[in-house]
Design a protein around this ligand. Structure first.
Ligand SMILES: Cc1ncc(COP(=O)(O)O)c(C=O)c1O
Length: 372
């Protein structure tokens, strides 16, 4: 049915999207003018600036967040024959990165409030072949590093942190990416800062840094002519180009503004969704914590999604737990928290170009659906 005369349907609202400012073009033009489009000076500048954000000595830019996790594990000597603990509630990339490094995945349930891997579950899961833990900072919420760093130190586990969704967010007064042996970020199109694709490993460990440089560039720590270079060890090609760095650096100029906008977005949603039956706003419990997208837990998620779909408002359900994905199938009884959170979790529209009126509209659609 067409709308009554004089009224038009409000425009659709997409869930998220890259927010390009137009300034990317200036740096891109410089790169093109310079005629050097490989992994070069802009990639190095991007690494220095991300290391500053993460508070680490080093950052090594690579092709994706998945590659970042995988190379961090390889650089730490984790591989075939080893078992790596991975939280059950995460994007498939976390576990796939472990498999790409040649190690086996052992899933651990998460804790119910902040969705990070359960430290008691980690302790209980450690077996004779367990070499590493990959934590996930779900949606910018740091995992429980107060306990997990100690557990890993005491048991000798390598701690690699999947902070793909957490650039600029903090936990216990420290930036994400600065915990454990290494932090891994993603710059794919649904992240706060994007280069289309891309990733980075942050670390304070000099030896790990050197090894990462070799792994991303065919075993060379420093590129030479490309002809008679020495390749003393085996490496691959996971280089990040200056074309990507041009976009990423311009995006990074916006980081502080975007972190503030994300916090404001959460409060605008919170004002509109407070005290609604069947809806829980997961708490902010750390100073400086920034969520990449606003998340809510819903008793009847299907009804809210249907109402949002009808109103052409984008949203995204939380991931299925990994134990329900064919390559990682495991007994559901061990994963009651991830099962429950996955069933109820929804990421609301979180684009950076939402107007205050959009929050009113989205809020009223959700409230009406909850009261139905
Ligand atoms: C939690 C998490 N881990 C890993 C990744 C993988 O990053 P990428 O897509 O850059 O490989 C992503 C994002 O895509 C993610 O959200």
């Amino acid at each position: 049915m067409s709308p009554p005369k004089g009224h038009s349907n409000p425009p659709p609202i997409a869930w998220f999207g890259p927010h390009l400012t137009g300034r990317e073009i200036e740096r891109l033009r410089d790169v093109l003018d310079r005629q050097y489009i490989n992994d070069g000076p802009l990639a190095r500048e991007f690494e220095r600036r991300v290391a500053t954000v993460a508070g680490t000595r080093h950052a090594v830019a690579v092709t994706s967040g998945t590659a970042a996790i995988s190379l961090a594990l390889m650089a730490a000597g984790v591989g075939p024959g080893d078992e790596v603990l991975v939280p059950d509630l995460t994007f498939a990339a976390t576990a796939n990165a472990v498999r790409m490094a040649g190690a086996e995945v052992k899933l651990v349930d998460v804790e119910p409030v902040r969705f990070g891997v359960d430290p008691d579950g980690v302790k209980a899961a450690i077996g004779p072949r367990t070499r590493a833990l990959v934590t996930v900072d779900v949606n910018g919420r740091g995992a429980d590093y107060r306990r997990l760093e100690k557990i890993c130190r005491d048991t000798g586990l390598v701690l690699i942190c999947d902070a793909a969704e957490g650039l600029g967010s903090r936990y216990a007064g420290r930036p994400l990416g600065s915990f454990g042996l290494a932090g891994c970020f993603s710059f794919s199109a649904n992240k706060t800062i994007t280069a289309g694709q891309g990733g980075i490993v942050t670390t304070n460990d000099d030896a790990l840094h050197d090894r990462l440089r070799e792994l991303k560039d065919q075993g060379r720590r420093h590129g030479g002519t490309g002809g008679d270079d020495l390749h003393p060890v085996i490496g691959f090609n996971f280089k990040f180009t200056d074309l990507q760095a041009a976009v990423a650096l311009s995006q990074l100029d916006e980081l502080e503004k975007r972190l503030a906008a994300a916090q404001r977005r959460d409060s605008l949603y919170a004002e509109r969704l407070a005290n609604q039956p069947g809806l829980t706003l997961p708490p902010f419990s750390e100073v400086g914590e920034v969520r990449q997208w606003t998340d809510v837990l819903l008793e009847n998620r299907a009804a809210v999604c249907a109402a949002l779909d009808d109103a052409k408002i984008g949203q995204r359900a939380f991931w299925l737990p990994l134990h329900r994905q064919a390559p990682y199938a495991a007994d559901a009884k061990k994963f009651s928290n991830s099962t429950d959170i996955s069933r109820r979790g929804l990421w609301l529209a979180s684009r950076f170009d939402l107007a205050d009126a959009d929050f009113d509209r989205i809020g009223s659609v959700i409230v009406a659906a909850l009261r139905r």
